[in-house]
Write a protein that binds this ligand. Structure first.
Ligand code: CS2
Length: 497
């Protein structure tokens, strides 16, 4: 017998402690969200539901699937409902969420999406479309104007890219005089608010001059781009998770997501058209997100990427296995203590050492099956934000960033050897995969590989590409990784440090 599917009509059959904290039927949509992946469902959607439960407001979410109709179809069949399993080593709990009230697949009806952005009922547009979704040059943080898809959107086809959707949405809102709006980037980008603002302005500059006269001034006065720091580990959902959701809920939920207990959201408080009372749900609203953002990207994400590359090369499939290996744990400590933390300045009262230690503890959660391959994906987009800023700051301070350079060398080995030490194939899942392959063609020695990759301007800015100190570190590390393998390299490096 096929089990009953989660939907509004089935809510009564679910234990009260597992039901949404508000009545989904009563909730009007006020937020448009681009990128209906697991992270949004376990992060902003939860904060929003809790905020509305505590303080009210018309803040239901219209969630937009960007690349595939799968999630939109699944949630549509469930009246927008799905559940979040919060998992710790000690056990798990589940909760059905009711804040997603409407779903759309962007590619199916791009004009409707633009129309919704211009609708006065929408006051906030949030996005989690991953780093590559913004189609940036990762080294400069500017929109890639030479991207043909962006160009086609700029020329006026119904938009298919995120910059096109946001750009045309803003234009339409301006034309219809629908009032102010906030665009809130919730991806792991540096200065994510300012970066998104630049993406939108860069996109608008592609439009015909007649089409955009006065637009920039209107954006200046009416559209805010608050920066945010988002943090919660939410791996891709697996088939076991669907089975667990069913046994916990008693109904079938194909939209379930799994997350760690920890969750953090720091938001720049700049919302000209209003916002949910997210502070009532545990978010921090502040005037300056920057220190939190840099610390999070360099500590949590920097550590994640370092473990993902070294772990994958060593043949480890899960982040929890990597961080539980004492050699990699020691490496992580050195990376954070000696390279990352010295580059950070945080608000008074923030204990950076404790923050760094808490990250290792979070990664060690065995109930979260976060694959090293998932974190290793899109390295070209992630390295600049997560590791290269640390390296640049340490070099400027006259220091040798050995540990951060080892992580970058591990990425270089990952994309050039494409095999782990035990011989498994390592997939290079990256928007620049073609460019990486082309650059690496015929490169054999560590020095050749390093020079070819350092020459990729989309990743390495000139100040890093031209640094002899960095080049030397990378060649040295890469040679060791190739000759002696990952374990011997990590052991030799950390011994006596
Ligand atoms: C991870 C992040 O996949 C990745 O690259 O580093 O998704 C990470 O889990 C989150 O940023 C944690 O907040």
């Amino acid at each position: 017998m096929t089990p009953t599917r989660l939907c509004l009509a089935e809510l009564e059959s679910i234990a009260p402690s597992q039901r949404p904290r508000l009545d989904p039927r009563q909730l009007q949509v006020g937020i448009l969200h681009l990128g209906l992946g697991a992270f949004h469902r376990a992060h902003q959607a939860v904060y929003t539901e809790d905020a509305v439960a505590a303080a009210g407001g018309s803040w239901g979410i219209c969630g937009v699937s960007e690349r595939s109709p799968r999630v939109a179809d699944c949630l549509r069949a469930q009246d927008g409902l799905y559940s979040v399993i919060t998992r710790a080593d000690e056990g798990s709990s589940i909760r059905v969420m009711g804040s997603v009230r409407q779903v759309m697949f962007a590619q199916e009806n791009p004009d409707a999406l633009v129309g919704l952005m211009a609708d006065p009922s929408i006051a906030v547009v949030t996005s989690t479309v991953t780093e590559k979704g913004y189609r940036l040059n990762p080294a400069t943080g500017r929109l890639r104007g030479d991207d043909p898809e962006v160009g086609a959107d700029g020329a006026g086809r119904p938009p298919r890219t995120v910059p096109g959707q946001l750009g045309w949405g803003i234009v339409e809102r301006w034309r219809r005089r629908s009032g102010p709006l906030s665009l809130v980037c919730c991806d792991n980008l540096r200065h994510n608010g300012g970066t998104l603002r630049q993406v939108v302005l860069d996109f608008c500059s592609l439009l015909a001059p007649g089409e955009r006269r006065g637009l920039e001034g209107w954006i200046e006065e009416n559209v805010s781009f608050p920066s945010t720091m988002v943090d919660r580990i939410v791996p891709a959902t697996g088939s076991q998770d669907l089975i667990e959701a069913q046994s916990l809920l008693g109904v079938d939920d194909r939209g379930v997501v799994v997350a760690e207990p920890f969750s953090q959201w720091v938001i720049e408080d700049s919302f000209p058209a209003g916002r949910p009372a997210w502070e009532r749900a545990g978010a921090t609203l502040t005037a300056d997100v920057e220190p939190y953002e840099v610390a999070k990207l360099r500590v949590v994400n920097g550590a994640h990427s370092a473990l993902a590359y070294l772990g994958s090369l060593a043949g480890l499939h899960l982040v929890s296995e990597a961080v539980r290996d004492e050699r990699l744990a020691r490496y992580l400590e050195l990376l954070l203590d000696q390279d990352v933390i010295p580059t950070l300045s945080v608000p008074p009262g923030w204990d950076l050492d404790a923050y760094a230690r808490s990250v290792a503890a979070r990664f060690a959660n065995r109930a979260i099956h976060h694959r090293t391959a998932q974190v290793a994906a899109d390295g070209s987009q992630k390295l600049p934000v997560r590791l290269l800023g640390t390296i640049r700051d340490r070099l400027q301070a006259g220091a040798e960033p050995r540990w951060a350079a080892l992580a970058v060398a591990a990425w270089m080995r990952y994309v050039s050897a494409r095999r782990s030490d035990p011989g498994e194939e390592l997939p290079v899942d990256d928007p620049l995969a073609g460019a990486l392959e082309a650059r690496l063609a015929g490169a054999v020695t560590p020095a050749e590989i390093v020079d070819r990759l350092l020459g990729l301007r989309a990743i390495f800015p000139p100040e890093l590409a031209d640094s002899e100190v960095l080049r030397h570190l990378l060649v040295d590390h890469l040679a060791h990784l190739g000759r002696f393998g990952t374990w011997a390299t990590v052991e030799a490096e950390t011994a006596g440090a």
